[in-house]
Design a binder for this molecule. Structure first.
Ligand SMILES: [Zn+2]
Length: 523
C-alpha cells in the first residue's frame, strides 16, 4: 500500500515536474520572443534615430581646407568689412594695381607692410569698437573680437578659418571679454560700455510655420513653403518698414537652412535702444508666442484684433490675400489634422463641431472648396441659432473678420523676437557658410535710397529658392554666386554714399548752429 502510494506520488510529482518544466519553457519562449522582438524594435529605432542624427550632423562635411579656399577666393571680405564699418577701404593706387596683378597671376606674395595700407581712418568708431564673434572649428566660441583695419579682419578670417562669424553692436569703448569675480564672465568691458548702435535685425525661422504648412516640418524647407510664406513675409516687411517707419535701407539674407534674416541699416533704426526695439516688436508682432495663439486668438466668438484695424495690419492683410490662394492650392492646409482642428476651434468657436464634421466627411475635397464651405456652414448655423435676431450684414462682417484673422495666422511673418529686442544680440554675418548645409548665406532682396529724401529702390534675385542657393561645395568662377555678391555691392555702394550724405548734412547743420550762435553773441 505504502509502496503503491509512494509510486503514485512519485509519478504525480514526475508529471508535475514535466508540466512545470513545460510551462517554464513556454514562459521562457514567450518572454524570450517578446524580449527579442523588443530588442529588434529598439535596435531598429536606434539605427533610424542615429542614422537621422548622423545624416543631420554630417549632411554637410565642413572641411577646413574648402572653407579656407572659400574665404580667400569667394567671400567678399572687403565689401563685408566696408558694410560693417560704414566706410570705404582706401587702397592706394599702386598697391591696388599690385593686388590686381597678384590676383590675376594667383601669386599670394603680398607683403604685410603693403597690405597694412588697406586700412581705415583710425578714428572710425564703427571699425574700432564693433563686436565680431567667431565660432571656431573646434566648436569654441570667441566673443568681443574687434578689427580696426581691413587687413586684420582679412588675415584673421583666412588664417583662423572660423566655421562662421556673427555681428554684434558698436560700443562706446573697445569691447573686451572680461572675467568677473565669480569666474567666467563674458560681458563687454564693464557695464559702462554702452552699445551705441547696431543694425535692427529680424529673424524668421520656418519651423515656426509648422502648424500652418503641410510640406515640411522642423528645419526642413522646400521651394513651396519658401515661395509662399517667406515671399509673403518679405513683401509685408518691405511695405511696413517703408510706409510706417520710413526705413528704406535694408536687405534680406537667406540664413542657409530654414530661415531669413533682415538687416535694417537706416540711422534711426540702428541707433534704437533695447526699449525702443522691444516696443517696435510689440507693435509689429501679431503672433505673440510664435504660434499665433495669443494676440491672434478669438475669445467667445469675438475676433481678437480691435477694429477698425491698424492701417499696417490692413496693408499686411491685402498682401496675405495675394498669397492665400497659392497656399490653398499648393499646401492643401485644411487636410484633416490636429493642427487644423486647433486653428478652427479657436478661430470659429461657434461652428467648430460643424466644421470638423464637414472637414472629416469631405476630406477628399480641396482646401479651396472647404474654405468656401465655411461661409455656408457659419451663416446657416447663426441663422438657426439667432432666429429672428439674425442680422445678415452683421454676421457676414463678423465672419469676414474671423476669416481675415485666419489669413494673418497663416501668413503674417512669425518673428523670433528675442533676436530683435536686444541691441547687443549677435546675428550671423551675410556670406557665412551654414555649417549644416554648406549653403552660403546670400542676400536675396535689397532696398536702398540714392539720396536722403528719395524713394527707395528695391531689387531681388527673383529666381532664388533654397534648392538653388549657392553652396560652398559647388562654387566656381562661373557660378550664379556672383549675382548675389553684385546685389550686395549695389546695396553697399548706395548705402556708403548715403552715409556720406548724412554726415555732410549733419556737419552743415552743426556749422549753421555755431554761426547762428556767434551772431547771437555779437548781438
Ligand atoms: Zn516645404
Amino acid at each position: 500500500m505504502l509502496l503503491k502510494y509512494t509510486i503514485n506520488q512519485s509519478i504525480f510529482f514526475q508529471k508535475e515536474r514535466v508540466k512545470w518544466a513545460e510551462q517554464k519553457k513556454k514562459k521562457f519562449t514567450y518572454h524570450f520572443t517578446y524580449y527579442l522582438f523588443f530588442k529588434i524594435a529598439m535596435t531598429n529605432y536606434y539605427i533610424q534615430h542615429y542614422r537621422r542624427r548622423y545624416q543631420r550632423i554630417n549632411f554637410f562635411d565642413m572641411n577646413q581646407d574648402d572653407l579656407k579656399a572659400y574665404y580667400i577666393n569667394y567671400f567678399p571680405s572687403r565689401s563685408v568689412y566696408e558694410w560693417l564699418t560704414r566706410k570705404r577701404v582706401i587702397v592706394p593706387k599702386p598697391i591696388a594695381e599690385k593686388i590686381k596683378s597678384n590676383n590675376e597671376s594667383d601669386d599670394e606674395s603680398d607683403s604685410d607692410s603693403e597690405l597694412e595700407h588697406l586700412t581705415m581712418n583710425s578714428m572710425n568708431i564703427a571699425a574700432n569698437n564693433r563686436e565680431i564673434a567667431f565660432e571656431y572649428a573646434s566648436g569654441a566660441y570667441g566673443r568681443y573680437l574687434t578689427f580696426p583695419t581691413y587687413k586684420q579682419f582679412y588675415d584673421k578670417i583666412t588664417n583662423v578659418v572660423p566655421n562662421r562669424f556673427e555681428i554684434g553692436a558698436i560700443y562706446e569703448n573697445v569691447p573686451k571679454k572680461i572675467e568677473n569675480l565669480f569666474g567666467s564672465g563674458n560681458k563687454a568691458l564693464g557695464n559702462k560700455n554702452i552699445p551705441l548702435e547696431k543694425e535692427f535685425v529680424f529673424d524668421i525661422d520656418m519651423d515656426d510655420y509648422d502648424p500652418y504648412r503641410t510640406c515640411c516640418s522642423g528645419s526642413q524647407i522646400c521651394d513651396s513653403c519658401w515661395s509662399i510664406f517667406i515671399n509673403c513675409a518679405v513683401e509685408i516687411l518691405s511695405t511696413v518698414l517703408y510706409e510706417y517707419f520710413n526705413w528704406n535701407n535694408f536687405f534680406f539674407v537667406y540664413s542657409g537652412r530654414r530661415g531669413l534674416h533682415l538687416w535694417i541699416m537706416d540711422y534711426e533704426a540702428r541707433t534704437l535702444g533695447d526699449n525702443e526695439r522691444t516696443k517696435v516688436m510689440d507693435f509689429l508682432n501679431l503672433c505673440k508666442n510664435r504660434n499665433c495663439e495669443t494676440r491672434l486668438n478669438t475669445n467667445n466668438g469675438n475676433t481678437c484684433l480691435s477694429r477698425p484695424l491698424n492701417p499696417f495690419i490692413e496693408d499686411s492683410l491685402s498682401i496675405t490675400a495675394k498669397y492665400f490662394n497659392d497656399l490653398l492650392e499648393k499646401q492643401d492646409p485644411f487636410k484633416e489634422t490636429k493642427d487644423v482642428r486647433k486653428i478652427l476651434s479657436t478661430q470659429f468657436p461657434d461652428v467648430t463641431n460643424q466644421l470638423n464634421t464637414y472637414f472629416m466627411t469631405n476630406n477628399g475635397q480641396s482646401s479651396t472648396s472647404k474654405w468656401m464651405a465655411v461661409n455656408d456652414i457659419y451663416l446657416k448655423h447663426m441663422q438657426t441659432k439667432l432666429g429672428r435676431n439674425y442680422n445678415d450684414t452683421k454676421e457676414k462682417n463678423k465672419l469676414l473678420e474671423q476669416k481675415e484673422e485666419v489669413l494673418l495666422k497663416y501668413l503674417y511673418p512669425k518673428f523670433d523676437t528675442e533676436v530683435s529686442k536686444k541691441i547687443g544680440h549677435l546675428l550671423k554675418s551675410p556670406f557665412c557658410i551654414h555649417p549644416g548645409t554648406g549653403n552660403v548665406c546670400v542676400p536675396i532682396h535689397i532696398s536702398y535710397q540714392e539720396k536722403l529724401d528719395s524713394k527707395p529702390i528695391s531689387k531681388s534675385i527673383s529666381k532664388f529658392s533654397p534648392s538653388t542657393c549657392p553652396n560652398m561645395k559647388s562654387l566656381s568662377k562661373e557660378s550664379d554666386y556672383f549675382e548675389y555678391v553684385n546685389l550686395f555691392d549695389e546695396f553697399l555702394k548706395h548705402y556708403l554714399n548715403l552715409e556720406e550724405q548724412r554726415y555732410d548734412f549733419e556737419h552743415s547743420l552743426k556749422k549753421t548752429k555755431v554761426s547762428s550762435k556767434q551772431n547771437d553773441l555779437s548781438w
